[in-house]
Design a protein around this ligand. Structure first.
Ligand code: ATP
Ligand code: MG
Length: 395
C-alpha cells in the first residue's frame, strides 16, 4: 500500500529555503521534532529525495540499553571517508576530532547535507558533536537536519543538550503535528475502515494511522503493541502498573481510582504524563491515543484484566453516581455474572440468572433490545435478530 505524504508541504518548503541559503554559504541546523511516529523520518526522506544536488551524509542513533559511543559519528565519518578511530588516536581530544570531522564534511564545490536521526538515544559525545556543529555552520555550506522525539522525558533532556548554546539565528525547529481529520479521511478513503473511527483511534498519529489502514485493528494492535510496551518498559514499575490500570477505562480514567486499583502511589502516573503517553484533564487521565490504550489493555493477562476490572467495579460502587452502563462494562470484563445480572437493564431478567443458557422471551420488544446493546457493548449477533431466543450468559 503506497501512502502519500500529507500535510508536510510547509515543512518541506522551509527546508528547501534553508538548503538554498546553505548552498550559498549560510549554513543552518534544523531540529525536526515530534512524538514517536509523527513522521520525522518520512519527512527527512522526502526532503533528501528533493536534494539531488547535495552530498548527503547520514548518522543514526540506535535504541540500545547503553548508547554506542559516537554511534552516528561513525556513520558520518564512514560517509566522509574518515577513519574515526585513527582520528581519535591522532588527535586525542574531543574538540580536535570534531573540528577535523567537520572539516572533512565541508566541500568547496557542493553543499553537504548532514542528516542525524534519533539523538534521543544518543550518547553524550554525539550530542556534544551536534551542538558543536550547530554553532559553527553560519559560514559553511552545510545544512544539518536532526530528527528527534520530543515526547519522551529522556528525549527532551537529550534535545536540550544538543541545542544548548546554539543561537536562535542558527537553528530552526520544525515541530510535526498529528495529521488532521481531513488528511486521515484521505488516507482512509477506499479502505474498509471509516475515517472518523481511524481518526478517533489514532488521534492522527501517522504511524498509528498507517498501521491501522495496513492491517486492520488486530494487526495494528500487534504492531503498535511492541512500540507501546517498549515505552512502558522504560517507565518505573509503579508507573507501568498504573498505566495498565488506566488502560481498562474505555475513555478516560478517574486518576484516583486508577492509582487505587493499581496499588500505586500518588505520583506514579507523573512519568507517563511527562512522556506524553497519557494526558491529564482535571481529575481524569487518558491515553493520548486510543490505539495505545487498546494496545496496553489487550496485552494484559486475562487474570490481570479480570482482577483490575473487579477492583474497579468495587471502587465504582462506593460512588453513587456511576451510571449502570459503565459498571456493566467492567462487570463483563471481570466476568462477574452476579453483577451482570444485578446491573441488567430490565428488572425481570434477573430471575433468568445465573444459568448457562438463559432464554429471553421471544416477544422481547425491540426498543429494549436496542437499549441492551448500548448498555452492554458488543452483543452476540442473535440479540439484534428479530424475536429470537438468546443465551444471556454469553453477555
Ligand atoms: N505526512 C504523512 N502522511 C502520511 N503518512 C505519513 C506521514 N508521515 C509519516 N507517515 C507514515 O507514518 C509512519 C511513521 O512515520 P515515521 O517512521 O516517519 O515516523 P517517525 O516520527 O520517524 O517515528 P519514530 O519516532 O519512531 O522514529 C510511516 O509508515 C509513514 O509512511
Ligand atoms: Mg524515525
Amino acid at each position: 500500500m503506497d501512502i502519500p505524504i500529507l500535510e508536510r508541504d510547509a515543512a518541506l518548503e522551509q527546508l528547501d529555503r534553508l538548503a538554498k541559503a546553505a548552498r550559498f554559504g549560510t549554513g543552518h541546523t534544523v531540529f525536526v521534532t515530534g512524538e514517536a511516529g509523527a513522521g520525522k523520518t518520512t519527512l527527512l526522506r522526502a526532503f533528501e529525495e528533493r536534494m539531488t544536488a547535495a552530498w548527503a551524509l547520514r548518522g543514526a542513533c540506535e535504541d540500545l540499553s547503553i548508547p554506542e559511543p559516537l554511534g552516528p559519528l561513525r556513520d558520518l565519518a564512514h560517509d566522509a571517508g574518515v577513519d574515526l578511530d585513527a582520528l581519535w588516536r591522532n588527535e586525542g581530544d574531543r574538540l580536535s576530532v570534531f573540528l577535523n570531522l567537520l572539516g572533512s564534511i565541508e566541500r568547496t564545490d557542493e553543499m553537504a547535507l548532514l542528516l542525524i536521526e534519533d539523538p534521543h538515544w544518543a550518547d553524550e559525545a554525539t550530542l556534544d558533536f551536534v551542538r558543536f556543529v550547530a554553532r559553527r555552520l553560519r559560514t559553511r555550506r552545510i545544512l544539518m537536519v536532526v530528527t528527534a522525539r520530543d515526547g519522551e522525558n529522556e528525549g527532551r533532556a537529550q534535545l536540550r543538550r544538543a541545542m544548548d548554546g546554539v543561537s536562535a539565528a542558527d537553528m530552526t525547529r520544525i515541530v510535526l503535528q498529528p495529521l488532521s481529520a481531513d488528511a486521515v479521511g484521505l488516507l482512509a478513503a477506499g479502505s474498509s475502515q471509516t475515517p472518523e473511527e481511524v481518526f478517533r483511534i489514532t488521534g492522527g498519529n501517522p504511524f498509528y494511522v498507517t498501521e491501522l489502514l495496513r492491517g486492520g485493528i488486530d494487526d495494528a494492535l500487534r504492531s503498535v503493541q511492541d512500540t507501546v510496551l517498549n515505552r512502558l518498559d522504560r517507565l518505573p514499575q509503579q508507573t507501568h502498573q498504573a498505566l495498565q490500570a488506566v488502560s481498562i477505562f474505555p475513555r478516560r480514567a478517574e486518576r484516583d481510582w486508577a492509582l487505587e486499583i493499581a496499588g500505586a502511589e500518588d505520583e506514579a502516573l507523573d512519568p507517563a504524563i511527562e512522556s506524553g503517553l497519557i494526558q491529564e484533564d482535571g481529575a481524569y487521565v487518558a491515553f493520548r491515543h486510543e490505539i495505545a490504550r487498546l494496545a496496553v489493555e489487550t496485552a494484559l493477562r486475562p487474570t490481570q484484566r479480570r482482577h483490575l476490572n473487579k477492583a474497579l467495579l468495587i471502587r465504582m460502587q462506593t460512588d453513587a453516581g456511576v451510571p449502570n452502563a459503565r459498571q456493566m462494562h467492567h462487570a463483563r470484563a471481570a466476568g462477574d455474572r452476579a453483577q451482570i445480572a444485578r446491573l441488567a437493564p430490565w428488572p425481570g431478567a434477573r430471575r433468568w440468572l445465573p444459568g448457562p443458557t438463559v432464554r429471553l422471551p421471544t416477544t422481547f420488544p425491540s426498543p429494549s433490545r436496542f437499549r441492551i446493546r448500548r448498555m452492554t457493548g458488543r452483543l452476540p449477533s442473535c440479540f439484534s435478530m428479530r424475536v429470537r431466543p438468546v443465551a444471556l450468559s454469553a453477555v
